[in-house]
Design a protein around this ligand. Structure first.
Ligand code: AHR
Length: 508
């Protein structure tokens, strides 16, 4: 096998920014089997008295997911939140036009709040700006966050929640630029509605933070002008603009492995648009990004919604393709891009958490299992918190049709508050090993606490209910000499190097 040298230099003083823990958030939508038969399945052997699956909760706790967006997605654009509260027997069944399914409303806001508490995570709610607007959004904020003494807050108390849910982060609709969206709008139409809705929601609760809908993908014709128009109206009323992206192998393996570069380009275009509006408005405020839907889609399901179910089933399987180690590498590339922009990307929501493109999969007659993408997500969530440090990476390049020559090595370094440094590194080459030299000279002598690698050792092997641990991270061999660590990175691999250091340096 070919081998190439690669160098990585990390300096504690070259800081990108603090990681907002919400960067490792996720997303639960009433879509397919994400809610029903996913997080909620009263008849499952592991379910608690509320119907919440214990095996799924265990895996979510393992991932330490800080925030979860709910209830959609495309679903929210036809949703009446009132349908999902109150006595379960009184809740209506409705047609869900987004996924052509039947929604029973057995699971709603209170069940989600209970699930979040059990999972140790924070709620992030989206309001319906497709078929509804200002009034339904402000009454939902009143229901969820107002202490008591009004019709909507007292109704919450009547429904068994004396304390307000105190939801901090709210999305003003979902993908409103897309013709597939129920109640799709032009940029002007959405911008005005979002502006007025934002004002009313904050008049109810001034402590909340709002996410305006950005473009749903760079491929949408109105990108990024949509974002400009939306921000021109909402700039003073929102904290974030949303970014969505799903990447797949459809344009070839090389292109897929450049996932981090595609994601960088999108993030940087949205940041430029935010700052353009900032300059026009002569504003001191900066808008941050909520990358509140991101993922790779496995080869057998190139995108959400491609496998449309028969009309109106209950919780049909949608987008449940399984992932291999190559998917885990492309997934890691997107996550590195989010980390690299930690100064502007504050929120990230992996779409979705269970079954629908999920890192966690379930079946009714057995335990939940971890997909390959579970592992880079776990590594990021566990060791990607702290301060992102800028890296200088040197490696040969590899050609990608849509991008030109791209470096084989992609890497990000994060310094944890205990001083340890974690380097996440990808080898994008499909046929060459990278002999990596990690130079940490500004940190004094180093030691390797832990080192892991994931690559496709078995030609497309996947984790399945019968073989749930077939594809796992394995130890990565390293050598240390003073402040230098060396390791050989396999072609198409995801790698983690956790280093202890002896020299204290300023941590911002
Ligand atoms: O995550 C699946 C779907 O993808 C979401 O409902 C929608 O927002 C996006 O198009």
């Amino acid at each position: 096998m070919e081998k190439h040298p690669a160098q990585l230099f990390v300096d504690p003083h070259h800081v990108v920014g603090r990681v907002d823990p919400r960067l490792f958030g996720s997303f639960v939508e009433h879509m397919g089997r994400c809610v029903y038969d996913g997080i909620y399945e009263p008849s499952h052997a592991s379910a608690d008295s509320h119907g919440l699956r214990g095996d799924v909760l265990d895996l979510v706790r393992e991932l330490d997911v800080p925030i979860v967006r709910y209830p959609g997605g495309n679903f929210v654009s036809g949703y009446r939140w009132e349908d999902g509260v109150g006595p379960a027997d009184d809740r209506p069944s409705r047609l869900d036009l987004a996924w052509r399914s039947t929604e029973t409303n057995a699971f709603g806001l209170h069940e989600f709040a209970e699930w979040c508490q059990a999972a140790g995570t924070e709620m992030m709610l989206a309001v319906n700006l497709g078929t509804r607007g200002v009034d339904a959004a402000r009454t939902l904020v009143e229901y969820a966050n107002h202490p008591r003494g009004t019709q909507w807050s007292d109704l919450r108390v009547t429904h068994g929640a004396p304390e307000p849910f105190r939801v901090r982060t709210w999305c003003l609709g979902n993908e409103m630029d897309g013709p597939w969206q129920i109640g799709h709008k032009t940029a002007q139409e959405y911008a005005r509605l979002a502006e007025e809705t934002a004002k009313a929601m904050k008049w109810v609760d001034g402590s909340i933070e709002l996410v305006a809908c950005g473009s749903s993908a760079p491929s949408v014709a109105t990108f990024p002008d949509w974002d400009r128009v939306v921000l021109e109206h909402t700039y003073d009323h929102v904290e974030y603009i949303s970014v969505h992206r799903y990447l797949s192998r459809a344009r070839g393996l090389d292109d897929y492995l450049a996932s981090g570069i595609h994601t960088d380009e999108q993030i940087e275009a949205v940041i430029a648009t935010c700052d353009h509006v900032r300059a026009k408005k002569r504003s001191r405020k900066r808008i941050h990004l909520a990358f509140d839907e991101w993922n790779v889609t496995p080869t057998r399901h190139e995108g959400p919604g491609k496998e449309e179910p028969e009309d109106w089933p209950f919780a049909p399987p949608i987008a449940e393709g399984t992932y291999d180690a190559v998917d885990a590498v492309a997934f890691g590339g997107m996550m590195l891009s989010l980390l690299r922009h930690a100064d502007r990307v504050r929120i990230g929501c992996l779409a979705q958490l269970v079954n629908v493109l999920g890192p966690i999969k379930t079946r009714t007659d057995g335990p939940a299992w971890r997909e390959t993408i579970f592992y880079p997500y776990l590594h990021g969530s566990r060791w990607g918190r702290g301060t992102v440090l800028d890296v200088v990476a040197q490696s040969p390049t590899t050609p990608v049709e849509s991008l030109g020559d791209v470096p084989m090595l992609d890497a990000v370094a994060v310094r944890a508050d205990d001083g340890s440094v974690t380097v996440f590194a990808i080898n994008r080459s499909t046929d060459a090993e990278l002999d990596l030299t990690l130079d940490l000279r500004a940190f004094g002598d180093v030691s390797v606490i832990d080192s892991l690698t994931m690559y496709d050792a078995e030609g497309g092997a996947r984790n399945t209910p019968d073989e749930p641990d077939r594809v796992l991270p394995r130890p990565l061999a390293t050598a240390v000499d003073g402040s230098t660590v060396t390791a050989s990175l396999a072609p198409v691999s995801w790698n983690v190097l956790r280093c202890g250091v002896t020299r204290a340096a300023t941590v911002v």
